[in-house]
Design a protein. Structure first.
Length: 262
């Protein structure tokens, strides 16, 4: 794997503790990070590859729902027996293939603020990155880290992107004559893409019971402490069964576009 190593290699915190993806039956409810992509590898492994392609080598994986299955996936993939791992009351750590991975289990019902507070003791000093175990993108994480470093007053710098409409749009005159069709256009508004560079100061703002996106980020934004960088490329949030079908179709047509640096 070729890498572009940043001068400071922050810890990457991946949120993988939520409930499973509702599929076509009650028995088909695996955690999203464990879903297989067309190459037979789990989604979480592709997510790790994205970060590793930037030389990032320290990961804290926040688990909860089906924590044992996520742990087994990682240990089996990296060929690490359980007896060769470090353990604590709610965590397990191993080092293999040039990376250190710490799994922190806050239980299936924990909110994101609680998961991040439990991850805090395992972070390297300084800036850390935060992301999700069910998003694929060809995002430039180097640009994200650089932007955050250039704005020390920002507690968080996030990647913003635009999403495509689920539906085609009509072009209609005031007299209701249809003049054209636009197939699933990009929405004009920017949304959070789920990639964050965070100052360690943000840990003081994480109160259990608060939602990270609904409460913490808006409060910081109101104080001018949230920055952004815009990503115009590939962005695949894998929330539904249809999202996975769309990802399979993309892979069949264009390959694994989010791994252009690997």
């Amino acid at each position: 794997m070729t890498t572009a190593r940043p001068a400071h290699r922050p810890t990457v915190v991946l949120l993988c503790g939520g409930l499973g993806l509702r599929q076509r039956s009650e028995s088909d409810d695996l955690p999203k990070p464990l879903r297989l992509l067309p190459d037979g590898r789990a989604l979480l492994l592709h997510v790790l590859d994205i970060y590793r392609s930037f030389g990032l080598d320290d990961f804290v994986v926040c688990v909860g729902y089906a924590a044992h299955a996520v742990e087994s996936l990682l240990l089996d993939t990296f060929g690490v027996p359980r007896w060769e791992t470090e353990t604590g009351p709610d965590w397990r750590r191993f080092t293999a293939d040039g990376v250190r991975i710490t799994l922190v289990d806050s239980g299936p019902e924990a909110d994101k603020c609680t998961r991040l507070r439990h991850a805090a003791p395992h972070l390297r000093p300084g800036t850390f990155l935060l992301g999700y175990g069910d998003v694929l993108s060809d995002v430039d994480l180097r640009e994200l880290m650089d932007r955050h470093e250039m704005s020390p007053h920002h507690q968080v710098t996030l990647v913003a992107t635009r999403v495509r409409s689920r539906y085609g749009e009509l072009r209609v005159t005031p007299g209701l004559t249809v003049t054209g069709f636009v197939e699933k256009p990009l929405a004009p508004a920017l949304i959070s893409a789920g990639y964050f560079a965070c100052s360690p100061r943000i840990l003081d703002a994480l109160t259990p019971g608060l939602e990270f996106e609904e409460h913490v980020l808006p409060a910081l934004a109101a104080r001018g402490e949230v920055g952004a960088t815009v990503h115009e490329g590939l962005w695949l949030p894998l929330d539904t069964y249809k999202d996975f079908l769309d990802a399979e179709a993309l892979v069949a047509k264009e390959g694994f576009r989010w791994l252009t640096r690997v």
